[in-house]
Design a protein around this ligand. Structure first.
Ligand code: B1M
Length: 217
C-alpha cells in the first residue's frame, strides 16, 4: 500500500502530471507515510529519472518544467507537515540560502531551506539567480552565522567561490560559515574554494549546518 502510493507519486512526476502528483502526495500523507519518506523515496527519485530522460534526449525543457512544477507543488503540500515535525535542533541559528547568480534551479535549494527551517533554523531564502552582493548584504543585515550556496550547473559552481571571496572582502568571512551544495558540487570542490562545509542532500545539509553553527558558537 505505502510503496504503491510512493510509486504512483514517482510515476506522475515523471509523466508530468502535477495535479496527480499533489493528489498522490496528499494520499500518502493521509496514509501515514512520513513526509521525508515521500521526498526521499518518491519525489527525488522521480526528478532523477526526469534528469536522465533529459540527458539522453528522451525529454526536453518543457518536460523538465512541468515535472519541476509537480515537485514544487508536492513540496508545498508537505511543508506544513515537515514544520509540525520540527525536532531536536531548535533555534539552531540564522541561515541565508539561495541559488547563485546565473542559476535558476530552485527545487534542491528550497528543499534544503525547508528542511533547515523544519529543524529550527531561521531561514532567509533569497530565491534563485541571487546576485553575490545580495548574499553579502543579507548576511550583514541578518547577522546570519551560516550561508548556503546552491549551484546546479557546472558553469555556476565558480560563483560559489565568488560569494566566498566577496564575504571576505566585506570583512564578514570570520563570522559566517559557508555551506555549498548542488548536483555537480563535491566535497573536493568545497575544499578547493574554501567553503566550510558541503552536503550531498537535504538531510546531510541539516546535519552539516548544525555542525557548522555549533562549531561557530
Ligand atoms: Co536543468 N539542468 N537546466 N532545469 N535540470 C540539470 C541540473 C542538468 C544536470 C540536466 C542534465 O543535463 N542532465 C543540467 C546541468 C548540466 C551541468 O551543468 N552539469 C541542466 C541544464 C543543462 C539546464 C539548462 C542549461 C538547460 C537549457 O536551457 N538548455 C537550463 C539552465 C537554466 C539556468 O539555471 N540558467 C536548465 C533549466 C532547468 C529548468 C528551468 C527547466 C528546471 C528547473 C526548474 C526549477 O528549479 N524550478 C530544470 C531541472 C528540473 C533540472 C533537473 C532535471 C532536476 C533538478 C532538480 O530539481 N532536482 C536537473 C537534472 C538533475 O539534477 N539530475 C537539471 C531535484 C532536486 C531535489 O535535487 O537540485 O540536485 P538537486 O538538490 C539536491 C542536492 O543537490 C542537494 O540537496 C538537494 C536535495 O537532495 N543540494 C544542496 C542542492 N542544493 C544544496 C545546497 C546545500 C546543500 C545541498 O547547501 C547550501
Amino acid at each position: 500500500m505505502s510503496s504503491d502510493l510512493l510509486t504512483k507519486i514517482t510515476e506522475s512526476l515523471v509523466d508530468g502530471d502535477p495535479d496527480l502528483t499533489v493528489a498522490h502526495t496528499r494520499a500518502a500523507l493521509a496514509a501515514g507515510i512520513e513526509p521525508m519518506a515521500i521526498i526521499d523515496q518518491a519525489l527525488v527519485p522521480g526528478m532523477r529519472i526526469v534528469g536522465e530522460k533529459f540527458s539522453c534526449g528522451e525529454y526536453f525543457l518543457p518536460n523538465l518544467i512541468v515535472s519541476a512544477s509537480g515537485m514544487k507543488q508536492a513540496m508545498q503540500a508537505l511543508e506544513p507537515e515537515l514544520g509540525r515535525r520540527q525536532q531536536k535542533l531548535k533555534s539552531a541559528g540564522t541561515v541565508v540560502i539561495g541559488t547563485v547568480k546565473g542559476d535558476i534551479h530552485e527545487i534542491g535549494k528550497t528543499l534544503v531551506g525547508t528542511m533547515l527551517a523544519a529543524n529550527g533554523f531561521e531561514v532567509h531564502d533569497l530565491g534563485v539567480d541571487v546576485p553575490t552582493e545580495k548574499f553579502v548584504a543579507t548576511v550583514r543585515d541578518t547577522g546570519a552565522t551560516l550561508v548556503g550556496l546552491s549551484a546546479l550547473l557546472t558553469t555556476t559552481m565558480n560563483v560559489q567561490q565568488k560569494v566566498i571571496e566577496a564575504l571576505s572582502t566585506a570583512g564578514l568571512r570570520e563570522r559566517v560559515k559557508v555551506m555549498v551544495g548542488g548536483a555537480p558540487v563535491s566535497r573536493k570542490w568545497a575544499d578547493e574554494i574554501g567553503a566550510d562545509g558541503y552536503a550531498e542532500d537535504a538531510v546531510g545539509a541539516v546535519e552539516m549546518a548544525a555542525q557548522l553553527v555549533g562549531a561557530k558558537a
